[in-house]
Design a protein around this ligand. Structure first.
Ligand SMILES: [Fe+2]
Ligand SMILES: [Fe+2]
Length: 238
């Protein structure tokens, strides 16, 4: 398992819960109508088709970032508001919330992602909720996962502090990433007149930072550096 991910999983103190979460990650397939569906490895999967984290490794970045935001919110609840929060539920919910995006997306031509056959018919939230129920996961964790899109975009409102923290952390990281990807794509189109396919968060933050520091000239230099870094060693024209 990816060490960045196992570093988060290892923070789950309840060994029984930790084992159940690990088991979903190690066996991320689902059976629907007698057909077994599997997809990307977790660390290779995007977390979105276009709007946010739409690059290989996007799901891993999103999960790690969301866990860090959620843990910060746990600190606020406990240290500022003297509230109680079950961090095991929060961490488990974050790790599992988008895990079946590995099944609902697939690669397509032109460096893009599209819905898989399964993803055309069912969404990642419905899939993970039903699979967690099938695996006899405690209801409070099923609720955290089921409510992670919030009540307006999902089937239920967050009704526990843990579910609310996961929803807010998910929304925050999705928006943070989505805005920066959008800005970087816009800047690159404006300066060089083309798209960077599968632009990563790291690349997008680099482009936006270079714009802040050096204006549009900085964007062009960042673009050239990114393209060069993506080429096999020795193949870049000098
Ligand atoms: Fe989601
Ligand atoms: Fe998410």
């Amino acid at each position: 398992m990816n060490p960045r991910l196992s570093g988060i999983i290892d923070q789950i103190e309840d060994s029984d819960l930790r084992g159940k979460v690990k088991d979903v990650l190690e066996n991320p397939q689902i059976i629907v109508g007698g057909n077994v569906y599997s997809g990307f490895r977790f660390e290779d999967s995007p977390a979105g088709l276009f709007r946010h984290h739409s690059y290989p490794g996007g799901l891993l970045d999103h999960t790690i970032a969301t866990a860090k935001i959620a843990l910060s919110l746990c600190n606020v609840v406990e240290e500022v508001y003297c509230g109680k929060v079950n961090r095991d539920l929060v961490l488990s919910g974050i790790i599992l919330h988008d895990v079946f995006k590995t099944l609902t997306y697939r690669s397509a031509d032109n460096d893009r992602y599209i819905n898989s056959d399964l993803g055309e018919r069912l969404d990642h939230l419905s899939l993970i909720t039903s699979e967690l129920i099938r695996r006899d996961i405690p209801i409070d964790l099923v609720h955290v996962v089921c409510a992670h899109h919030g009540g307006q975009a999902g089937p239920t409102w967050p009704r526990t502090v843990e579910a609310l923290i996961c929803h807010l952390a998910d929304q925050t990281d999705s928006q943070l990433n989505g805005e920066v990807l959008r800005a970087a794509r816009h800047l690159v189109r404006r300066v060089v007149g083309e798209e960077i396919p599968l632009i990563s968060s790291k690349e997008a933050f680099d482009i936006v930072n270079q714009k802040t520091l050096h204006g549009l000239e900085g964007v062009e230099k960042a673009f050239m550096r990114i393209i060069k870094d993506r080429l096999p060693p020795g193949s870049y024209p000098t």
